[in-house]
Write a protein that binds this ligand. Structure first.
Ligand code: MRU
Length: 327
């Protein structure tokens, strides 16, 4: 299967696939230090919760190698985007490795490698949810571009596809930055998975027709009570799925679970520039714009979480984090 790798570490140099230019251009840009990586995270050059964690880990490794103050690098990287817990999780893990006087390049590579392994495990567990002939719906891009390997929400799709299961995926375009139409659709095309692009507001109509068997999305953070913070529009999709009795699955690695935050209402929701909403769109000049990047789906609307440990409604399974590279 032809899957894009958004982060490359080669001979001590870091390259990030510039996701702002996809699908028109596939360009990798070398990153030289933690500040440049923080900028790349802030402006969506690299995006998706696990991927920004991995990129930040390499940023910390470069700061350590170049003898830059690690606390300064950590602050800059952590502040780049506030919502996805994987970013702070990766930075904290790098700081802990520094305290133990470990090699931070090795630790960053370890986080990157773990991410790949988690995607494969999520794919193996989640593939069982995809029955032959079924129709899925996904939102945003929780695919290979957002992670290190198979993605999270897309991992079950890739594993099922490889096993010869035939199914169909509806892809929400995901306004305003169009991660669905630009990224997920591109990824699924490369992998040869049958899919149809829809506007974000189409899901309810399709579900009323019985055209959707299950929804799978990713997550930027799952709080202690199971609330799921993900791309804006996820909450509406979960409410609509609940109304139509369509199962709603959240696929994410254990690094996305945040046991220290009680509920979704405690999470800082990133507000992004108005230009993302208005650029290229006819709008009244000077009109007020709100552009929250994420929303909170209440735990009771989630059928189950698909993690590297299995498919479970018990978030305790997801909360038991691993540490250190798997053998
Ligand atoms: O703003 P983005 O593109 O970084 O938002 C990404 C999402 O919301 C994804 O669903 C989430 O990070 C999970 S990625 C495996």
């Amino acid at each position: 299967m032809n899957l894009p790798a958004p982060i490359r570490w080669e001979d001590g140099r870091l390259w990030l696939l510039d996701q702002r230019r996809l699908p028109d251009q596939v360009t990798f840009e070398e990153q030289h230090d933690a500040s440049q990586i923080a900028r790349a995270i802030r402006n969506l050059h690299v995006r998706g919760a696990p991927a920004i964690g991995v990129a930040a880990a390499y940023g910390m490794a470069m700061a350590w190698r170049d003898r830059v103050d690690l606390q300064d690098a950590a602050r800059e990287l952590r502040e780049a985007r506030p919502t996805a817990v994987n970013l702070a999780w990766a930075v904290d893990r790098m700081l802990a490795a520094a305290t133990r006087q470990e090699d931070l390049i090795d630790e960053a590579r370890c986080i990157h490698e773990e991410d790949r392994a988690m995607c494969e495990a999520i794919g193996r567990h989640g593939a069982k949810l995809i029955k032959p002939g079924s129709s899925l719906l996904t939102h945003c891009n929780a695919g290979a571009l957002a992670v290190s390997h198979l993605g999270t929400a897309t991992a079950p799709m890739y594993v099922a596809h490889e096993a010869g299961v035939r199914f169909h995926v509806y892809v929400d375009e995901t306004r305003p930055v169009l991660q669905g139409s630009r990224l997920t659709s591109w990824e699924l095309s490369q992998a040869g998975i049958d899919h149809t692009l829809i506007c974000d507001s189409v899901a309810a109509h399709l579900m009323a027709d019985g055209a959707v068997d299950l929804v799978i999305v990713g997550a930027d953070r799952v709080t202690a009570n199971g609330d799921t913070v993900n791309k804006i529009g996820t909450r509406a999709l979960a409410i609509v799925a609940h109304y139509h009795d369509v199962p709603f699955y959240v696929a994410c690695p254990s690094s996305t679970f945040d046991p220290t935050t009680a509920a979704g209402s405690d999470v800082a929701i990133e507000e992004r520039p108005a230009a993302e909403v208005t650029d290229g769109i006819p709008a009244v000049t000077g009109v007020k714009v709100r552009n929250p990047a994420f929303d909170v789906t209440p735990a009771e609307l989630v059928t189950a979480y698909v993690t590297e440990r299995g498919v479970t409604g018990d978030i305790g399974d997801g909360l038991r984090r691993k540490s250190g590279c798997e053998p």
